[in-house]
Design a protein around this ligand. Structure first.
Ligand code: R5P
Length: 294
């Protein structure tokens, strides 16, 4: 198998290639003065099984277009099969028309990826599996929560208690709490469909003297984690650690988290640029899935 280094995921693809015992393929890549990108495979992948690893975090439109260029070029060269690995699947949140007339962006992206030549699609901790229905090829939503749990274990937290900030994060909290051997609880979150503002209602969870861990798939504006942190601190949490698969931290998210009292926050190498700490690698999860796929 050839592991192609997507320009948005050079570090992660190198780690996946290492885990699989193959050398990663470095593409020729340049950006023209007007912002358009040029991509070239330096060697043929005809007849090969190819895995393209490209996380589509912001600037997501550019990263998506680059992904499509790479997959299409590999197909045109005669690649035998192409696994498209997109740890952060941009536009996955709009997986249905929740208001009349909405563009279902996850569907559009799925169609484009498939039309470009993907044989398999792998992503990681997408908010829900709903978007997978748009693929006719084999597609999977993997989770990195076990390795996040293993990393949390090294932090020596005191009597930790895991919290899911909404019901969508319950499976993530289940996995992390099982890895840590502790309990979990979840809060209820509502999001205004028009403004996007979130409100969280508390539940009776006794966190006195305990270190709370909030887990989520994505931290973007930080408001979901901030709301949950405020409740956790009112309920006695000694510290709050926020952990996620995709640490985007858009706008003034870091300030939002600090003001709410979050003590530490981290994500994974799904995101390679921008603010925040990304100490956990999802490479073992991707390598294992790729080995199983082919
Ligand atoms: C959706 O509900 C997701 O699971 C996350 O909770 C959400 O995307 C986080 O976004 P933000 O950090 O902007 O609150």
């Amino acid at each position: 198998m050839i592991v192609v280094k997507g320009p948005a995921s050079p570090v992660l693809s190198g780690r996946v290639a290492d885990a699989m015992g193959v050398s990663p393929l470095q593409l020729e890549y340049k950006v023209f003065p007007d912002g358009e990108t040029y991509i070239r495979f330096p060697e043929s992948v005809a007849g090969e099984e190819v895995a393209v690893i490209q996380s589509c975090y912001p600037p997501q439109n550019k990263n998506l277009i680059d992904l499509l260029f790479i997959v299409d070029a590999a197909r045109e060269m005669g690649a035998k099969r192409i696994a498209v690995v997109v740890p952060y699947f941009a536009y996955a949140r709009q997986d249905d028309a929740y208001r009349n007339g909405e563009a279902v962006s996850a569907r559009t992206i799925a169609r484009l990826v498939e039309a470009a030549g993907a044989s398999t699609f792998l992503t990681v901790d997408m908010p829900s599996n709903k978007a997978l229905r748009f693929f006719t090829i084999h597609s999977e939503n993997l989770t990195c929560m076990r390795i996040i749990g293993e990393y949390l274990r090294t932090l020596s937290l005191r009597n930790p208690h895991v919290l899911a900030p909404d019901d969508g994060a319950i499976p993530l909290a289940e996995t992390v709490s099982a890895t840590l051997g502790t309990e979990y609880a979840w809060f209820e979150k509502t999001r205004d469909k028009v403004t996007g503002s979130v409100s969280t209602s508390s539940k009776d969870v006794d966190l006195r003297g305990r270190d709370a861990i909030i887990v989520d798939d994505v931290i973007s504006t930080g408001k979901t984690i901030a709301n949950t942190t405020q409740i956790a601190k009112k309920q006695g949490a000694r510290t709050v650690t926020a952990a996620c698969a995709h640490l985007l931290l858009t706008g003034d998210a870091e300030q939002t988290l600090r003001s709410a009292g979050v003590d530490q926050v981290f994500g994974t190498d799904s995101i390679e640029t921008g603010p925040g700490s990304h100490p956990v690698s999802i490479a073992p999860v991707l390598a294992e899935a790729l080995k199983k796929t082919w």
